[in-house]
Ligand binder design. Structure first.
Ligand SMILES: NC(=O)c1ccc[n+]([C@@H]2O[C@H](COP(=O)([O-])OP(=O)(O)OC[C@H]3O[C@@H](n4cnc5c(N)ncnc54)[C@H](O)[C@@H]3O)[C@@H](O)[C@H]2O)c1
Length: 363
């Protein structure tokens, strides 16, 4: 029986790599609700596809087109490398299925606009996995802003930095197609903008440096600093890099500070007070906001944290729509295609600014 008939939403995933596994785990966990089914995976790599088939016990396909044509899916998530999102997401929407795309929505503003236009024309849900919005600290910052407790935001600072192994080994197959702007920056561009009530980005001036990765024969920036002025007049500085030593206390170092006419909120989004050194590990600190484990009433370990709740939000939206909710009712309640476009506009302007050495106005 299809999801259309029994009230269950059937979800397929494209890309079963490092992050695709989070998508698969999220939907598999949600199956216990009886309302969500992890229906299929499309993964082009033969070995990985077989590994995921065994791990999740689901039908697998080499080609996403074959999956879309064979399975009756309500929604599809796209977790392929950044520069490969667009064609797949267009295929999903063309076939009338809702779509969640990993960040960034696309690496071009034209691509983002195509996706937004197609989703609006159908009409279908187009969601971006900007999971920083699901961190309880960040949610509290936004609610405080909406209550007027910041006054008008004047300036701020946000940072997100990864250990070196991320571009050197984890993303080695495509790190030269990416950069600290695309892999990390877009998260924080969206976060700052979302907390401030989603003003449009106006002007971007960025500088970058290429030393460490260049010395290792990898052609992409080590670090990028972007100063972004938004239409509300706030100027936020974003620091993003992926060259922290692998011995650093966490894979990701991240946080945000916003200052307004009436208030300030500083959030170390990585270090939450837990530190330790466990058997076989180095000294480390934990951000359990991202992920932690919890046992359910059947003593099964479940995935918790904003890595998962952000992806689960797509399934919740599909259920809401299936139970006769409308896209208009969801407006503003999830990271949309328009939000994806705003982050991509900043990323593209940061790259252009680095190339030209001048500030770039976003029109
Ligand atoms: N939200 C987050 O915090 C977060 C974290 C990491 C990665 N990501 C994003 O997730 C996406 C995937 O990153 P990753 O680290 O899992 O990359 P990855 O390289 O580990 O996995 C990508 C997978 O996609 C598969 N693939 C590529 N093209 C395909 C196609 N046409 N059809 C089917 N499979 C295809 C590859 O074989 C690979 O297994 C990226 O957009 C990345 O930016 C998001």
């Amino acid at each position: 029986m299809s999801g259309q008939e029994n009230g269950v939403v059937r979800i397929g995933v494209v890309g079963g790599g490092t992050y695709g596994e989070s998508h698969l785990s999220t939907f598999k966990d949600l199956e216990q609700s009886g309302k969500v089914q992890l229906a299929a995976l499309a993964e082009m790599n033969d070995e990985r596809r077989e590994q995921r088939r065994q791990q999740f016990d689901i039908p697998v396909y080499k080609s996403h087109v074959d999956m879309l044509d064979a399975e009756r899916l309500d929604g599809v998530t796209v977790a392929t490398p950044d520069h490969l999102h667009l064609g797949i997401a267009l295929d999903v929407l063309e076939r009338g299925m809702h779509c969640m795309v990993e960040k960034p929505l696309d690496v071009t503003t034209e691509g983002c606009r195509k996706l937004i236009a197609l989703a609006a024309q159908k009409p279908l849900l187009l969601q971006v996995d900007f999971h920083k919005r699901f961190d309880p600290y960040h949610i509290e910052m936004r609610e405080s802003f909406l209550e007027g407790k910041f006054g008008e935001i004047e300036y701020g600072y946000a940072w997100m930095e990864d250990q070196l192994f991320v571009p050197v080994s984890m993303l080695r197959a495509w790190s030269e197609h990416s950069s600290p702007v695309w892999f990390l920056g877009v998260h924080m561009y969206d976060l700052a903008r979302w907390i401030m009530g989603s003003p449009a980005p106006a002007v971007v001036y960025a500088t970058g440096s290429r030393k460490k990765l260049k010395s290792m024969g990898i052609d992409c920036p080590d670090a990028v600093q972007a100063h972004v002025t938004f239409s509300n007049g706030a100027c936020i500085t974003f620091h993003n890099s992926w060259i922290l030593p692998d011995q650093y206390e966490a894979v990701v170092h991240q946080g945000i500070k916003l200052v307004g006419t009436e208030g300030i909120f500083e959030c170390d989004s990585q270090y939450r007070g837990g530190r330790g050194c466990l058997k076989g590990e180095k000294m480390r600190t934990w951000n359990l906001g991202i992920k932690y484990r919890e046992r359910d009433k059947r003593n099964r370990l479940r995935h918790r944290g904003y890595f998962y709740s952000s992806i689960a939000d797509f399934a919740e939206n599909l259920l809401f729509l299936k139970e006769s909710g409308t896209l208009a009712q969801l407006d503003g309640l999830y990271p949309s295609g328009v939000d994806g476009l705003a982050a991509t506009q900043i990323a593209c302007a940061a790259e252009e600014s680095m190339r030209s050495g001048r500030p770039i106005e976003i029109t």
